[in-house]
Design a binder for this molecule. Structure first.
Ligand SMILES: Cc1ncc(COP(=O)(O)O)c(C=O)c1O
Length: 392
């Protein structure tokens, strides 16, 4: 049996989603754009899923667009809204390039979307992060005072560190200045309560497979009245996303959203497992260093990011894998090697020592399927593996 501690990478399909998917794929649902009965059946499945996603977020169904995942939703939200602002003449009119802020903690998909904005003539400015892993509202205020900003992208919970950002506080700042706030809530759903109204964000993105839905499904929520242009023209999804809808993916996402309450209710137990693993590591391996402060990552409970001095993270990940323990480290790059995680680099001081620390950072991420036995198993094998990897 694998000890699965990589829930931030993907979460197994939950029962509610599995049942919902079977009902769609085993049935005779057609294309939701078709006029006949099977098509209308598919349309009803899609509409019900949209209502479920909207309810989970505290928004309205008409504000939800299904996508192929959070990566696409991030591209659609950031680039689509930026395009809309330019088309509507709602960016600065002094001839200088429009400005977008993105946090130093964003997922690579948001970074890639912001690179596209740069190519369109936007100036993209990175928001720095504290050593605890938090973006300070004062940092946002200073950036808003320095530049005439149109748009900010800020993720709610970072996938590497599990640190929760003060989204509602920052949204109050952006609202007061008429600046759009796009929030990537992919790692927040099911870990903390997400409510678009309470948070006051303008656009929000999420992914199906991080909450027990299917990979290849996700959504973009756009507050009514906020403009967003499609990346590819088409008639589906109220003209915002081209292509026949992935009904099974949407239905699984909707079902996973209805199961979020249960996931949240399990949050204290999961946090307890995570904290016990950290206490155990601290006792057995005094040189281990936690990345992102304990306090800042307390709220979300699912993530533990630890550097094991002198150990190449990829080597330790593989050694753990041979013991049947699945964890992760850094980001795979095209050469097949691992790059240190951007977020771990972002909270450091830029020194060579910090680079070494980032290279030795391993992420343990917990979810509903974990138990005490998983923590015990990791603690039973980790010290010897760290020692062996260190000796290489
Ligand atoms: C914070 C965050 N945003 C976006 C994504 C991308 O999600 P998807 O796999 O659905 O494209 C991930 C996936 O790891 C993530 O953790």
């Amino acid at each position: 049996m694998t000890v699965y501690l990589d829930y931030n990478a993907t979460s197994p399909l939950c029962d509610a989603a599995r049942d919902a998917v079977y009902a769609v794929v085993d049935g005779d649902a057609g294309n939701p754009s078709s006029l006949h009965l099977p098509g209308q059946r598919a349309r009803r499945h899609l509409d019900a899923a949209r209502r479920r996603v909207a309810t989970a977020l505290g928004g309205s169904p008409g504000e939800v667009t299904f996508t192929s995942g959070a990566s696409e939703a991030n591209h659609l939200g950031l680039r689509g809204h930026a395009h809309y602002l330019q088309r509507a003449g709602s960016v600065r009119d002094d001839g200088a390039p429009p400005v977008a802020l993105i946090s130093a903690l964003e997922h690579p998909s948001m970074v890639a979307a912001s690179d596209c904005l740069s190519a369109l003539g936007w100036r993209v400015v990175e928001l720095s992060v504290g050593s605890d892993g938090r973006i300070r509202p004062e940092t946002v205020t200073a950036a808003l005072e320095r530049d005439q900003v149109s748009l900010i992208a800020l993720l709610a919970v970072n996938n590497e560190l599990g640190v929760c950002q003060p989204i509602a506080q920052i949204a109050a700042l952006t609202r007061a200045r008429g600046v759009t706030l796009l929030c990537d809530a992919t790692q927040a759903l099911g870990r903390i309560t997400v409510n678009v109204k309470a948070w006051g964000v303008d656009l929000l993105t999420l992914s199906g497979h991080k909450i027990g839905g299917l990979a290849g499904s996700g959504a973009l929520w756009v507050r009514a009245g906020v403009g967003c242009d499609p990346l590819f023209a088409g008639h589906q999804e109220q003209g915002l996303r081209a292509g026949t809808e992935n009904v099974a993916g949407a239905v699984a996402l909707g079902a996973a959203c209805t199961a979020l309450e249960g996931r949240l209710a399990d949050g204290d137990r999961i946090r307890d497992l995570r904290d016990r693993l950290w206490q155990g590591i601290g006792a057995l391996l005094p040189n281990a260093l936690r990345n992102g402060s304990e306090e800042a990552a307390h709220e979300t409970g699912q993530t533990l990011n630890v550097s094991f001095a002198g150990v190449e993270a990829a080597t330790l990940v593989m050694a753990l894998d041979l013991e049947g323990i699945a964890v992760s480290a850094g980001a795979a790059c095209s050469s097949g090697t691992l790059e240190p995680a951007r977020a771990v680099l972002a909270i450091g001081d830029g020194s060579a020592a910090w680079l070494g620390r980032a290279r030795s950072a391993v992420r343990f991420s917990f979810g509903p399927g974990n138990s005490d036995a998983d923590v015990e198993r990791v603690l039973a094998v980790l010290p010897a593996l760290v020692e062996r990897c260190h000796a290489r």
